[in-house]
Design a protein around this ligand. Structure first.
Ligand code: ASP
Ligand code: MG
Length: 330
């Protein structure tokens, strides 16, 4: 069974990072690889859409042309020319999505080139997910007409994350941070069970380590908990990331070296998993949120409750004790 492996944009900054990602990908057999835009590029493209600044265009061009040149891969020049021509387009939500589409189209073109140079039979698939025309926040449709080709390609398939296309062929985007969502959606559409989301964090953490230094990596999490954590803004994850994860599907959130967090349709300890900053207080996500509500917390979801204290306290109170009890060392 093929694996869908998504490489986050935070891991794609320069030429050597593409090589690092490509090496990691060789540990999977003919994976379907979902690629995000190079770090910061989506923001730059939005700015470019607004300002139509020549110098900003040049920065975006140079980032990609330099990486492509260092790696000896072709195919970015035509895209960069196309982006240049886009500077003359009128405003409109479809045009903004068109601008944003270049981030993933460029990075996926580079990644495909790197994998091919490594001797792999890699093929590029641009926006194989069909969506409605709700530009900026498009809804993927259960339409396999383009994606089926991925399934029939026997080598590595490199796919642009985040973007889709309408039935009449216009590029759409599924919302910021949406390449994880396109990865899980694609897996579901093609009937693959395992999705690996590779990011710069070793896994889903029990809290933001910037705020709570003793935050731990969760070994496991249920889909429901992950959905609530994403909805409540965990790591700016797209709220729909885990929606397609049904039945025997599961998702691993990890970096290149960690074992990461496995998210699936099972119930796993501890009862409280993630503490997030929620306004003045904290949201605690876990299957036993009910118990926190009994203590005076307020439901913010079926498996999450708001408590009036800073994340560090909430973490000490609800999460930490279980890590001390269980023999978890992470
Ligand atoms: N490149 C897109 C963004 O920055 C999608 C993603 O990175 O997941 O929002
Ligand atoms: Mg992302």
């Amino acid at each position: 069974m093929r694996v869908v492996v998504k490489i986050g944009g935070s891991l794609l900054r320069g030429a050597q990072h593409f090589v690092e990602a490509a090496k990691f990908l060789t540990s999977f057999e003919s994976p379907v690889v979902v690629i995000s835009a190079v770090k910061g590029v989506t923001d730059m493209l939005i700015e470019l859409y607004k300002t139509r600044s020549e110098s900003l265009y040049e920065s975006i061009r140079d980032i990609h042309a330099d990486i492509a040149k260092k790696l000896g891969v072709s195919g970015v020049e035509p895209l960069l020319k196309e982006l240049k021509a886009a500077l003359d387009l009128p405003e409109g939500p479809d045009v903004l999505d068109y601008f944003m589409s270049f981030g993933e189209r460029l990075s996926a073109t580079i990644m495909n080139g790197v994998l091919r140079r490594m001797g792999l039979d890699s093929k590029l698939f641009v926006a194989p997910i069909i969506t409605d025309d709700n530009f900026g926040n498009a809804n993927p449709l259960e339409d396999r007409s383009l994606a089926a080709e991925i399934d029939s390609h026997e080598g590595v398939a490199v796919v642009t994350g985040f973007i889709g296309r309408t039935r009449d062929g216009r590029f759409t985007t599924v919302g910021r941070g949406g390449s994880d969502y396109t990865a899980t959606f694609l897996a579901k559409l093609l009937g693959y069970r395992r999705v690996v989301l590779v990011t710069d964090s070793p896994g889903v953490m029990t809290a933001d380590p910037q705020e709570v230094p003793e935050a731990k990596i969760l070994p496991m999490m249920s889909v429901e908990e992950a959905m609530e954590a994403a909805r409540l803004g965990a790591k700016r994850m797209h709220p729909r990331t885990f929606e397609p994860v049904t039945g025997g599907m599961y998702v691993e959130v990890r970096n290149y070296w960690s074992r990461g967090t496995v998210i699936g349709n099972f119930y796993a300890p501890p009862p409280y998993k993630v503490v997030l900053k929620c306004g003045e207080g904290s949201c605690v996500v876990g299957l036993e949120a009910e118990e926190i509500v009994k203590l005076g917390g307020e439901y913010v979801g079926r498996f999450s409750a708001l408590v009036p204290m800073p994340p560090k306290w909430a973490h000490d109170l609800f999460v930490k004790p279980y890590f001390e009890k269980l023999l978890w060392t992470s």
